[in-house]
Design a protein around this ligand. Structure first.
Ligand code: C5P
Length: 432
């Protein structure tokens, strides 16, 4: 997937040791399909050379407002008008202080001041957003002047990317490190996604559960968690506040998502119950074990050499989705519930039946063996009106489409109408 295909960036570097990370960011942007024009301040040139940035971006670097290459001698206008965004990484404390005051004594600050803003664009012209990735020592970062400047820059329309925390080049430890290139890339990609779930709180379950047999063994399944994690990322990109309740998987947490790690179905239920009172959307994507051993042995079950095999009794796990869908908030339409069905055959029939059984307005079907562990998937959306197919595609692409679909449903279905749908579903369930 090339998430930035066709996008053009001005990548601005200012004076900071994190400038070395800008080299990798430049590569990462290009790998995602973007083109990059690098602009460097005099300070940045102390840390990394324009030669490096030229080689990586494939374009000669601009460092001066007096650069005579532009026929009209206005690089600050020409370069910014071509861009879909200006990204300053690293942004030094000094450079941010300068921007705040509208100073413009070098090409990069001049360009930032001259960028068309959302509140200033004219006619068919487009806004050129300004994304700022600060980088500095922890004392400089926490200084009230820096914090004040950043708040004001955000109020003036800049998009402030966060900072990382940890060991710093100066030898101190704390906040202020520039985010890693991969993190910046994820945030830049997210910036361009439509904010269809802005202000919504989304609760998602993902991955398998693990039901203990004894302290070293257990029952689980082949769910990789990739679909649920992709939905969490897509929901966050769409502007939602996301809580991801994850079974045991080794996947990285999507940027900006709050993750709660759980093991068993009962843990997952408890974690969900702790969040349903404040959620607006619940997406149950986890492959929850249907049964668990009736009693987990306290110590490892040992072979005794006789050839005897242990017998095991099972007990049914709570159905998290069905129980959340029965809550007052879900029934009144305040909590929109979405279920998943991983089947191995007869997807349409099973998905339709499962939607009614679970009592949810939307159920997403997929074929388990064809999707578990894969990076792509195909989805079937089943609601009260029928079935809609989402063709095979990367999971993140499907997750984004699903999130937009859910957002449309939320807009089209105010709480009272959802309540009516849920009531109809419940009545239909009673009849089946
Ligand atoms: O009943 P089945 O497991 O096929 O249903 C799948 C849907 O129900 C998924 O959305 C899954 O996350 C959810 N589920 C659940 N708790 C269970 C079993 C399934 O939330 N115990």
């Amino acid at each position: 997937m090339n998430d930035l295909q066709g996008k053009h960036f001005v990548l601005g570097l200012t004076g900071g040791i994190a400038a070395y990370k800008a080299a990798e960011l430049c590569r990462a942007l290009i790998k995602e399909g973007a083109t990059v024009q690098v602009v460097m301040t005099e300070g940045a040139e102390q840390f990394i050379t324009p030669v490096t940035m030229q080689a990586l971006s494939g374009r000669s670097v601009y460092t001066s407002q007096w650069d005579a290459r532009e026929p009209n001698n206005m690089p600050h206008i020409n370069l910014s008008r071509e861009a879909d965004a200006i990204v300053i990484a690293p942004a030094s404390a000094d450079f941010m202080a300068k921007l705040l005051h509208g100073r413009a004594d070098d090409l990069l600050s001049l360009m930032c001041l001259a960028r068309p803003r959302a509140d200033s664009v004219q006619g068919g012209a487009k806004e050129v957003p300004l994304l700022i990735a600060p980088a500095m020592n922890r004392e400089m970062w926490s200084h009230p002047a820096t914090q004040r400047n950043m708040a004001q820059l955000a109020a003036d329309g800049a998009h402030m990317l966060g900072v990382g925390s940890g060991f710093q080049a100066c030898g101190e430890t704390g906040d202020g490190r520039m985010l890693e290139p991969a993190q910046l890339l994820e945030d830049i990609i997210a910036f361009f996604q439509p904010k269809a779930l802005s202000g919504q709180r989304v609760l998602i379950t993902a991955g398998p559960t693990f039901e203990a047999i004894d302290p070293v063994r257990g029952i689980t399944n082949l769910s990789s968690g990739k679909m649920g994690f992709a939905i969490a990322r897509a929901a966050h990109e769409a502007g939602a506040q996301v809580t991801l309740v994850a079974g045991p998987v080794g996947l990285a947490t999507p940027r900006g998502v709050t993750r709660v790690d759980v093991r068993s179905a009962r843990d997952m239920l408890a974690a969900c119950e702790a969040h349903t009172a404040t959620a607006d959307v619940f997406i149950a994507c986890a492959a929850v074990a249907d049964w668990r051993p009736a009693a987990a042995a306290e110590q490892k079950i040992k072979k005794d050499g006789s050839g005897a095999t242990p017998t095991m009794a099972f007990i049914e796990n709570p159905d998290i989705l069905a129980s959340v869908a029965k809550t007052e908030r879900a029934r009144s339409g305040q909590l929109f519930c979405v279920g998943f069905a991983a089947e191995s055959e007869n997807l349409v029939e099973h998905a339709k039946a499962k939607r009614l059984r679970k009592g949810v307005p939307l159920l997403v079907g997929n074929l388990g063996p064809a999707t578990f562990g894969q990076d792509d998937n195909a989805l079937l959306l089943v609601d009260a009106h029928g079935v809609q197919q989402m063709e095979r595609a990367p999971k993140l692409q499907l997750a984004r489409a699903l999130v937009q679909d859910i957002a449309r449903r939320l807009q089209a279905t105010p709480a009272t109408a959802t309540a009516a749908t849920t009531a109809a579903t419940t009545a239909a369930t009673a009849r089946t």
